[in-house]
Design a protein around this ligand. Structure first.
Ligand code: ADE
Ligand code: ZN
Length: 342
């Protein structure tokens, strides 16, 4: 079989297998066309002259250069319908790509800081999530993420303000500018969230050093690490992650766009997988980074020698590392096994 047909067979398999996505920021799914139409709707002056001009601005040289545009973009989200539309568009994409379960981060402070309250965005999200459950069969969990460039007191207030919506939220997370904002800054708020019964995740080892991954594990007691690709620099950490099967929610196109790697052929996801770590593929901020979940897989197929076995393992890991009940995990894993008997 030619290399081309082998690759297209792998891509078909990626489309066909039921998948979970565990690292996705809903604000990062805001497509330029929706940003443009919401700006028109609310009479907001964008510093862009067209939808294409917005798209062309998506060239980043590090995490901060992306975050600046990402927070600016989110300013067009003003009313409940906007948040509905944003969430619904992503969940339709999940349906298209055969993502059967997704655990979605949202950044309350990005909105509350500009006067948009929980009572605006949560009902918008809820309406789209309910509709996706019944009409598309996609299941959704939400992860409330704290912005780490803000203070821990602000994170604590953010968790308290979410109280009327706790039943909609599965986990809390930590995102935004990593360097100089170590996990240790958020120990108290993670301890409170843990005692309220929330699952815990944190971005670490994206731009930050392996030490931040250790802190997320030892001080924040997280269930998963978001990104974590720099863990490979610390052999003791690698051994720990393998022994305890701490999931790393890796985001290949994000790492490429934010210059964490120079070329996709240098991405370490296959090394992490071969070293026995629980890694899986995610899209992070697909509108900004050039692709949703399947496009992330396709980029790996194009640039790394990914086998069918690797793909099945990565996808099975997405199910195993999710916060779904064990019975549901078992059902999806069995379905994957039926499609791809090993
Ligand atoms: N917020 C949205 N995307 C992010 C990323 N890749 N890292 C940190 N914070 C983020
Ligand atoms: Zn992220």
């Amino acid at each position: 079989m030619s290399t081309y047909s082998k690759m297209s067979k792998l891509k078909q398999l990626i489309q066909q297998l039921p998948k979970a996505e565990l690292h996705l920021h809903i604000e990062g799914t805001l497509e330029p066309a929706l940003m443009w139409s919401l700006a028109k709707k609310h009479n907001i002056d964008l510093p862009f002259s067209s939808v294409e001009d917005i798209q062309n601005a998506y060239q980043f040289n590090n995490l901060q250069s992306f975050l600046d545009l990402y927070y600016q973009g989110a300013d067009v989200l003003r009313d409940q319908d906007d948040f509905f539309e944003l969430m619904w568009a992503y969940l339709c994409k999940c349906h298209e790509q055969n993502i059967v379960h997704t655990e979605i981060m949202f950044d309350p402070q990005t909105h509350t800081q500009r006067g948009i309250t929980y009572d605006v965005f949560m009902p918008g999200f809820a309406k789209a999530i309910d509709k996706a459950k019944t009409e598309l069969g996609v299941s959704v969990y939400l992860i409330l993420s704290f912005l780490r460039h803000l203070s821990e007191d602000s994170a604590i207030a953010t968790l308290q303000e979410a109280q009327p919506y706790y039943s909609m939220i599965t986990a809390v997370g930590l995102d935004s500018a990593e360097l100089n904002n170590p996990p240790s800054k958020f120990q108290r708020v993670f301890a409170s969230a843990g005692s309220l019964g929330f699952k815990l995740v944190a971005h670490a080892g994206e731009e930050g050093p392996p030490e931040y991954v250790w802190e997320a594990i030892n001080l924040l007691k997280v269930d998963r690490i978001d990104h974590g690709v720099r863990s490979i620099e610390d052999p003791k950490l690698m051994a720990y992650l393998k022994q305890h099967q701490v999931p790393l929610t890796v985001c290949p196109l994000s790492n490429l766009k934010l210059c964490v790697v120079d070329d996709m052929s240098e991405h370490n996801i296959v090394d992490l997988l071969n070293d026995g770590l629980c890694v899986m593929v995610n899209s992070d901020d697909p509108s900004y980074f050039g692709g949703y979940l399947n496009e992330n897989f396709y980029a790996l197929v194009d640039k790394l020698s990914l086998t069918e076995q690797d793909i099945v393992k990565l996808i099975s890991n997405s199910i195993s590392a999710s916060f779904l009940p064990e019975q549901q995990k078992h059902e999806w894993l069995t379905r994957i096994q039926h499609i791809c008997p090993s």
